[in-house]
Design a protein around this ligand. Structure first.
Ligand code: S3P
Length: 178
């Protein structure tokens, strides 16, 4: 019988609202699975040669969304774990791409949990100078249905530690690989 190796596991795409831990959980998964991590926000920043707040301030949100869509289309087929930005699900063509490339894993978390983690973060223009919790509640109302549409697996982020989540994801990847 052919032996299954960790690097043959399906490559997960992590989605969810800002602050749910897509990048940090992605980094832990990457170490455990010895699979590279592509962080779409980092790809965008490197390509644009400026920070995310600068892209929003100088070019506007639509330009950022164009860059995000281009980065997703370019990297969705990489042999890598993909950490996305929280707004990647807003555009329909992006959702189509996500659905066509399972497994997509939604790290679902309540606005109250996220607000504590990201309040005052100057690198996130969508919450700058606003009531973080209120803003996250609005984003959750808009986006939860979109995350749900795209997700093959939903993990309740606020009920587990990062290490537990990494284990759950690896268990799931092994199950769908079988
Ligand atoms: C955004 C989330 C950010 C980043 C940008 C827009 C969003 O990524 O892409 O600030 O629309 O929710 P994180 O989810 O990694 O914070």
């Amino acid at each position: 019988m052919k032996k299954k190796t960790l690097c043959a596991l399906p490559r997960p795409v992590l989605i969810g609202l800002m602050g749910c831990g897509k990048s940090s959980i992605g980094r832990r998964l990457s170490k455990k699975l010895k699979m590279p991590l592509v962080d779409l926000d980092e790809v965008i920043v490197a390509k644009a040669g400026m920070s995310i707040p600068d892209i929003f301030a100088k070019l506007g949100e639509e330009a950022f969304r164009d860059m995000e869509s281009a980065a997703l289309a370019e990297h969705i087929k990489d042999r890598a774990i993909l950490a996305t930005g929280g707004g990647v699900v807003l555009r329909e063509p992006n959702r189509r791409l996500l659905k066509a490339h399972p497994p997509v894993i939604w790290l679902k978390a309540a606005p109250e949990f996220l607000a504590e983690r990201i309040a005052g973060d100057s690198n996130r223009p969508l919450i700058a100078n606003q009531d973080t919790l209120e803003r996250l509640r609005t984003l959750a109302a808009e986006r939860y249905p979109l995350y749900e549409q795209c997700a093959d697996l939903i993990i309740e982020r606020d009920e587990a530690t990062k290490d537990e989540i990494v284990s759950l994801i690896i268990q799931y990847l092994k199950k769908v690989q079988a």
